[in-house]
Ligand binder design. Structure first.
Ligand code: G6P
Ligand code: ZN
Length: 546
């Protein structure tokens, strides 16, 4: 076998985050940069020796080059075989599903999620392990340590010459490669979980219409297969459904700011009954009704309330989990239904142990992520099918379902205020200053009205492995019942983003129709005051309100 071992000097910036190694295409294009990282993965994750690797991603710019390199390096490093998605495509939840269904050793996901793509955009590589979830921190740390020591890499001399556009068997220097349909396993799994007949009845009823915005990301083919082919939604239900290497210049992030096409359709006079969007790699979701936005925290609570009516979950729901800044709406459902309820730090990885131990079957975050124990990733289309199941059973509008939920459980008014583009120093100073004063904050009156009753910093001890994670955000409680959380975003590439999450519970139906902005105005002002936002950052108002 022709193998060349190139001498390379290590790179020092290859520490993967929870979302893998995420860098600009320009950084990834440096000679030997990708090779260095892949060699570190292959050296560290020895389960790949002789094992099966799943490979693919959201189709963003640089994917083909990366696949060629990875196939050649896999062959030269003793990987058993590689299953690669047709056209190099694979959504993040589908990789997770395929790893689990096929007993693969792991998967390499080529994605930078909802970050912009194209030659000037971002690229990313993430390693998922045999349970289908992202490699946990000890593994990513070992990969990083190895990346600092890599002085050569193994690669076959010739290009891989695998035709990615056609499904079928191939080989690279003796290593079997199979180009597979990236949708098939995922589609089969969805058919096992959901009542497709009931969904077909709804979508074919003639009195229900929907639109799904794939945002030029990877979910286009998945949504067309499931919604249009399997469930009978009319062609054209899926918009922006062709994966594009640069996401047509858009940022594929499903929120009211970036999913403009969908927002425009859902708020005009002839809006369909249901709208949804997913991000570049298919793990996030946004749910909309006609002229109605469903807050992700409410979406989680509504799904929790109906999950046991969905065939794949009937009689086996015992617990739910949410990240700490996510609203407490789901806690109320858990209490009413006798489910265990866990509050974890921000980041999907914190749900992994709870899911593996079967302590929870549903998880969600305010950051537009929802999923269940069918995979170990967030799953955008799963959330859409869960919502369609709820609508099929109730035959009510999205708005009526959510309002009904509020009248039963009360409404958790919720909003996130982001202060983007701060300097690292400003962000850290603000948090440190707040932390220093935590003990004395209780009892502090504010000019805005609400008085602080309690303050702490969130830390989490994983109930399964006992590992404690500290410094996960400052929590403030107020005498008007409101809660605020302050933390710095952990996903930015430079500078700092301060996130202030605000919520308050309202049991009185008449007041549940108030404007969220008005309801949370005083507490927003009180938090700004307590945290000295203006003095430290120079900002009076957030740059983004979600
Ligand atoms: C990613 C993670 C999520 C997390 C989100 C927000 O999408 O997968 O688990 O909630 O980022 O993170 P941030 O630190 O920017 O608030
Ligand atoms: Zn994503």
């Amino acid at each position: 076998m022709a193998i060349i071992e190139e001498v390379s000097s290590p790179f020092e910036d290859q520490r993967p985050g929870t979302s893998g190694l995420r860098k600009t295409v320009e950084q990834f294009s440096q000679p030997r940069y990708l090779e260095n990282f892949i060699q570190a993965v292959l050296d560290t994750c020895t389960e790949l020796q002789g094992g099966t690797l799943i490979l693919g991603g959201d189709g963003r710019y640089y994917t083909e080059t990366a696949i060629d390199t990875i196939l050649r390096m896999a062959a030269a490093n003793g990987v058993g075989r590689v299953l690669v998605g047709r056209d190099g495509l694979f959504s993040t939840p589908a990789v997770s599903a395929t790893i689990r269904r096929r007993g693969a050793a792991g998967g390499l996901l080529l994605t930078a999620s909802h970050n912009p793509g194209g030659p000037d955009g971002d690229f990313g590589v993430k390693y998922n392990i045999a349970n289908g979830g992202p490699a946990p921190e000890p593994v990513t740390e070992a990969i990083y340590a190895r990346s600092l020591e890599v002085h050569g890499y193994h690669i076959t001399q010739e290009h891989a010459e695998v035709d990615l556009s056609r499904e079928g068997a191939a080989e690279v220097e003796g290593m079997p490669v199979e180009v597979i349909d990236p949708v098939a396993d995922y589609r089969a799994l969805m058919a096992e979980l959901f009542d497709f007949e009931a969904l077909r009845d709804l979508l074919g009823s003639g009195s229900f219409s929907m639109v799904f915005d794939a945002m030029h990301g990877v979910t286009g083919p998945y949504a067309k297969a499931l919604l249009e082919e399997d469930l009978g939604a009319p062609r054209g239900t899926v918009i922006n459904g062709e994966p594009k290497p640069d996401f047509a210049g858009c940022q594929p992030d499903p929120n009211p700011t970036h999913a403009r096409d969908l927002m425009e359709r859902m708020f005009r006079h002839d809006a369909p009954d249901f709208g949804a969007a997913s991000d570049g790699d298919g793990d996030r979701n946004m749910i909309l009704g006609r002229h109605f936005f469903v807050n992700p925290s409410d979406s989680l609570a509504v799904i929790a309330d109906h999950l046991d009516a969905i065939p794949g979950y009937r009689g086996r729901v015992s617990g739910v989990a949410r990240s700490m800044p996510t609203s407490r709406a789901v806690d109320r459902v858990a209490e009413a239904r006798g489910y265990e309820c866990f509050e974890t730090p921000t980041g999907w990885k914190f749900f992994g142990n709870l899911l593996d131990a079967d302590r929870v079957q549903l998880c969600g975050e305010e950051s537009f992520g929802t999923s269940s124990d069918h995979v170990r990733e967030k799953d955008g289309l799963w959330a859409v099918l869960a919502w369609l199941s709820i609508l099929a059973a109730s035959r009510e509008s999205v708005e009526a379902v959510v309002r009904g939920h509020w009248s039963r459980y009360g409404r958790d008014f919720y909003s996130r205020h982001d202060y983007e583009g701060l300097t690292r120093d400003q962000g850290e100073r603000l948090m440190a200053h707040l932390r220093d004063r935590l003990a004395g904050l209780a009892g502090t009156p504010t000019g805005a009205g609400p008085r602080v009753t309690e303050a702490d910093e969130f830390s989490y001890t994983d109930p399964i492995d006992g590992h404690t994670t500290t410094g996960q955000g400052v929590r403030l409680w107020f005498d008007n019942g409101a809660r605020a959380v302050l933390r710095l975003s952990g996903t930015g590439t430079d500078g700092a983003t301060l996130r202030i999450y605000l919520e308050t519970w309202e049991a009185e139906p008449l007041r549940q129709n108030d404007e969220c902005r008005d309801v949370l105005r005083d507490v927003a002002e009180a938090v700004r005051e307590v945290a000295e936002v203006k003095a430290i950052t120079g900002r009076r108002e957030p740059s983004l309100v979600v």
